[in-house]
Design a protein around this ligand. Structure first.
Ligand code: MN
Length: 199
């Protein structure tokens, strides 16, 4: 079985400052994301071991934990890619994605409000996600709890925002709204556009 790997960041740990500090980004990548990768791999080993020995496995608990950890890994992989240093960020999408957002949401500002409100109102730990339904071509905003609850099939994630406390607490304390407002400065719209087109 192919193992999951912790990817390198496409920028330095200091490069998202002042919106995301070096301390937060370092801990987030080298501790939190790493833990999801290691837990997913440990569960893969457990599944393989049970297969090899043809022994019993507590499928309910193993697969629930696997879903949580793999989803955590995949969302973080995307999250690192769709951010960029503020000076390299275009501030808003253009081209096909901009047109699609205007068509679906009425305006980029309306989209931003909906996405921000989705992120703000996550109960506990979770994510706001913009996804493209592969078959219908609709853009959907999805509010994920934890890493894997409320997500549904056939969705290609093109933008995601982590609102677990580990993503902002050291920088913003309990002010999640301020973190979200600042985060828009470090969105890598070129990458988001390219994810949108590659579906
Ligand atoms: Mn996280």
């Amino acid at each position: 079985m192919e193992k999951y790997k912790l990817p390198n960041l496409p920028y330095g740990y200091k490069d998202l400052e002042p919106y995301m500090s070096e301390e937060v980004l370092t801990l987030h990548h080298t501790k939190h994301h790493k833990a999801y990768v290691e837990s997913a791999n440990a569960l893969l080993d457990k599944i393989k071991d049970a297969r090899d020995k043809n022994s019993e496995l507590d499928f309910k608990s193993v697969l629930k934990s696997f879903s949580f950890n793999v989803a955590g890994h995949i969302l973080h992989e995307i999250f690192w890619k769709i951010m960029a240093p503020a000076e390299a960020s275009a501030g808003k999408p253009n081209g096909e994605l901009a047109k699609m957002i205007e068509k679906e949401f009425g305006s980029f500002e309306r989209f931003k409000t909906e996405f921000s409100e989705t992120a703000k109102s996550v109960e506990g730990s979770g994510w706001a996600v913009l996804a493209l339904h592969k078959e219908h071509g609709n853009l959907n905003i999805i509010q994920i709890e934890k890493h894997n609850v409320n997500f549904y099939p056939e969705q290609k994630i093109i933008l995601c925002l982590d609102v677990w406390e580990h993503a902002y607490y050291l920088d913003y304390k309990n002010d999640r709204a301020k973190f979200i407002e600042n985060w828009w400065n470090i969105v890598n719209w070129e990458e988001v556009e390219s994810r949108f087109k590659s579906t």
